[in-house]
Ligand binder design. Structure first.
Ligand SMILES: Cc1cc2nc3c(=O)[nH]c(=O)nc-3n(C[C@H](O)[C@H](O)[C@H](O)COP(=O)(O)OP(=O)(O)OC[C@H]3O[C@@H](n4cnc5c(N)ncnc54)[C@H](O)[C@@H]3O)c2cc1C
Length: 383
C-alpha cells in the first residue's frame, strides 16, 4: 500500500514524500506472505470497483510501471455447497455483471473440467471469472517502489514511526527511530499494525491482526501432478494451470505454485494477535478439508509452511481516506486479506484525494467514521 501510494503521488507530481519501513526490506510483512490472488469476485460494489481498476493496471504493469509481475489470468473458481452461499453469490454475481465483469455459473462437472482432480461431492454450483488470476507480490511492491524512487520519493528502511506530533488539531510531524520529520500529512499504511499507528495519533483505527497460514505441497511423484490410468495414458490429478480454487464453505483454497501446490484455509477459532509462528497442530483439519476437495493431497508431502497476518476491520472493508477528527491524517489500511490485489487502485484513489484531485470514487464505504456511525455494509466474500 505504501509503495503504491508513493508511486501514485509521484505520478501526480508530489515527490516530497518519505516512505517509512521499519524492516530492512519492503514487502516482508503481510505482502511478502500472501497467496498472490487477484479477483473481481467480491460482494461489495466498492471492492469490485477497486478490483476492476487494479486488474486493468496489473494487465499492463510492466509496460506502465516498468517491472514484470508474472500476472497469469487463469481464473478464480468458487465452489458453493450450501443454498445460502448460492443465494448470496447470485446477488454478488449480478452486481459484478452490472459493473461489466464477466462471471460464469458452472455445474460441478464443468468445474472439474477447469480444475482436474477436484472432488465436487456436495457442491451445488460454482462461479468462475476468467480474468481473475495470480501475480507476484514482490514484483508489484518493488515495481511501485522503484518507480516512485526514480521520481524522487525517499525510501527510509529500518526506520520506525514511533510518534505523530499534533498541534492545533492537525498533524505537524512524525517521530521516527532515526529522527523527526516535519510534515503536514501522514498516511497510515501500516497493514496489520495500523491500529498501533492510529494510536500514535490518538485515533481509534479498528484494524486487528489475524494469523493466516499457507502450506506448500510437493507433487506426489516424479510425473508431477499426473498419474497413469490403467491403459497407460496420463491423467491430471491437479490443475496444470494456475487457476485459484476456493471451497467457500470451508475457506480451503489452492493454486499451482511453480511445480508445487500452494494451499491454505482460515481457522475460525484463531484469536487476534501478532504471532506468526506456524501452528502445525492446524494441519490435520486443513488436510481433511483439502483432501475432501483435492484427493491427491493425501499422497503428497507438505514441504513447508508459513504464517502471515490479515489486517481485519469489523466489516472486512478497508479504511481509505482522510480522518475527519485530525487534519492531515489519512488511512490506507485494513484491507482484510485483500490488500495485495487492491493496492493499485487504492493507492491511486488516495493519491488523488491527497493531491486535491477528484478520485471519481465513492469513498463513503471506506470512511474511518463509518465504525462510529455503525452503519456499514461489509464484504461478504471474505476468505
Ligand atoms: C497468508 C496470507 C494470504 C493472503 N493472500 C492474499 C491474496 O491472495 N490476495 C490479496 O490481495 N491479499 C492477500 N493477503 C492479504 C495481503 O497480504 C494484505 O492485505 C496486504 O499485503 C496488505 O498490504 P499493506 O501494505 O497494507 O501491509 P504490509 O505488507 O504488512 O505492509 C505494512 C508495512 O508497514 C510496516 N510498519 C508497520 N508499522 C510500522 C511503523 N510504526 N513504522 C514503520 N513501518 C511500519 C511493516 O513493517 C510493513 O512492511 C494475504 C495475507 C496473508 C497473511
Amino acid at each position: 500500500m505504501g509503495a503504491s501510494l508513493a508511486y501514485h503521488l509521484a505520478r501526480r507530481g508530489l515527490t516530497d514524500v518519505v516512505l517509512l519501513e521499519r524492516e530492512a526490506l519492503l514487502g516482508t510483512a503481510s505482502t511478502g506472505r500472501n497467496a498472490g490472488g487477484v479477483r473481481h469476485q467480491f460482494s461489495h460494489e466498492a471492492n469490485i470497483r477497486l478490483s476492476i481498476e487494479s486488474i486493468a493496471l496489473f494487465e499492463r504493469f510492466e509496460e506502465v510501471v516498468g517491472t514484470p509481475i508474472d500476472f497469469r489470468q487463469d481464473g478464480y473458481l468458487f465452489l458453493l455447497s450450501s443454498e445460502a452461499s448460492v443465494t448470496e453469490f447470485k446477488t454478488s454475481v449480478g452486481r459484478q455483471r452490472r459493473l461489466g465483469v464477466e462471471v460464469a455459473w458452472l455445474a460441478p462437472d464443468e468445474a472439474v473440467a477447469l480444475a482436474p482432480g477436484l472432488d465436487t461431492t456436495g457442491v451445488i454450483a460454482a462461479t468462475f471469472c476468467a480474468k481473475d488470476g495470480i501475480a507476484d507480490p514482490n514484483g508489484v511492491t518493488m515495481g511501485f517502489a522503484k518507480a516512485a524512487q526514480a521520481a524522487g520519493v525517499e525510501m527510509c528502511r529500518e526506520t520506525e514511526a514511533i510518534g505523530i506530533d499534533v498541534h492545533g488539531g492537525r498533524v505537524v510531524g512524525v517521530r521516527t527511530t532515526r529522527g523527526r520529520i516535519d510534515t503536514p500529512i501522514v498516511v497510515n499504511a501500516a497493514g496489520a499494525w495500523a491500529g498501533q499507528v492510529g494510536t500514535l495519533a490518538g485515533l481509534g483505527v479498528p484494524v486487528r491482526p489475524l494469523r493466516r497460514h499457507i502450506f506448500i505441497a510437493h507433487p506426489p511423484g516424479p510425473e508431477g501432478w499426473t498419474r497413469k490410468r490403467a491403459d497407460g495414458s496420463p491423467e491430471l490429478v491437479a490443475p496444470s494451470s494456475r487457476i485459484m480454487v476456493i471451497d467457500f464453505e470451508t475457506s480451503f483454497y489452492f493454486h499451482r505454485e511453480g511445480a508445487n501446490l500452494l494451499f491454505g484455509m482460515g481457522d475460525p477459532h484463531e484469536a487476534y494477535g501478532f504471532d506468526t509462528t506456524v501452528r502445525w497442530d492446524l494441519l490435520p483439519d486443513v488436510v481433511e478439508a483439502a483432501v475432501a476437495r483435492l484427493p491427491i493431497l493425501a499422497d503428497t508431502a507438505i514441504s513447508h509452511a508459513w504464517a502471515g497476518l490479515y489486517e481485519v476491520t469489523p466489516d472486512a472493508m478497508p479504511v481509505i481516506g482522510r480522518a475527519t477528527a485530525l487534519d492531515g491524517f489519512y488511512c490506507l489500511a485494513g484491507f482484510s486479506g485483500h490488500g495485495f490485489q487492491h493496492s493499485p487502485a487504492a493507492g491511486r484513489v488516495l493519491a488523488d484525494v491527497i493531491t486535491g484531485h477528484d478520485p471519481a470514487f465513492d469513498l463513503s464505504p471506506f470512511a474511518l467514521e463509518r465504525f462510529a456511525a455503525g452503519s456499514s455494509t461489509g464484504e461478504g466474500h471474505f476468505v
